[in-house]
Design a protein around this ligand. Sequence first.
Ligand code: FDA
Length: 305
Amino acid sequence: MEQLLRNFFLFLSKNRFFTKLAKRYGLRFGAGKFVAGETVPAAVQTIQELNEQGMSVTIDHLGEFIDSEQEAREAADGCIDAIKAIAEHNLDSQLSLKLTSMGLDISEKVVMENMRRILDVAEEKDVFVTIDMEDHERCEKTLSIFKELRSEYEHIGTVLQSYLYRTVEDIEDLNQYNPNLRLVKGAYKESPKVAFPDKKDVDENLKKIIKMHLLNGNYTAVASHDDAMIEFTKRLVEEKDIPKDQFEFQMLYGIRTERQAELVAEGYKMRVYVPYGNDWYGYFMRRLAERPANVAFVLKGVFGK
Ligand code: FDA
């Protein structure tokens, strides 16, 4: 039943019609639990609150399916506004973005133009940018764009997903760039041809790549709500004497907030991924797919508290 619900929400997350409808009608159905608001000022307020609690942030200007160059340019402008707001308010925040919202599916020229525009401002304002990883179909393209941009800019990192068979090789291949990588399990529906179908293999592979990347001496963001991954990382860094400024934990806004506070209290760097914007639908559906128990929030949103 849980698997069925999971597939259902992942199926819904790709629906362009609902994506467009959601943009028009604003945050609904309890999405506010996972999304900080629709505007930069709303996001700034949330970042300030989290910073006051000792947490760093990466802000994500929500956006996926883009149909035109104009929309991609607007999404890039949104990222630039967010970077400027981070600098202006002196916030402890980075920026995350998805290449599809920058025009990845339109053309390489469009996506590179938008990324360079963003990264020019990011370098100037000293704000780090992470390229989120999307579905497997776009993984190769995303990594090749990352490599090209990494050779031009300092303030750029990306994400690798432990559910993909290819990821161990990607860790090895990217090592020459000394990349700052966020390591995750992976949030999309993938075929067993490209991704481990069993969760225990995904979990083991995440431990494996965390270890590889840390021991390669690279900055590692362990982005997981799973205590097993957190405990594994804590043990490893202690055993191998890895300094606290070579890694951080990351979690999503609104998920396991008490655990986030505990990690801060224990002296670890904790970064919260804070999405904002009106393109909240796909993100929200993927969060429901991860934990169908969250559907309770949706029902509350629909039928009132
Ligand atoms: P897992 O799914 O095994 O969950 C462990 C425990 O965490 C659960 O038992 C539950 O208690 C809690 N939990 C997990 N998800 C929850 C939820 N939605 N609501 C409430 N509780 C929940 N993916 C991707 O493909 N590309 C990307 O770029 C990113 N970026 C990213 C950034 C950050 C900061 C995080 C934390 C995650 C991502 N992800 C991602 C998502 C990631 O791939 C994965 O889908 C989720 O983190 C869920 O996996 P966990 O590692 O948390 O463990």
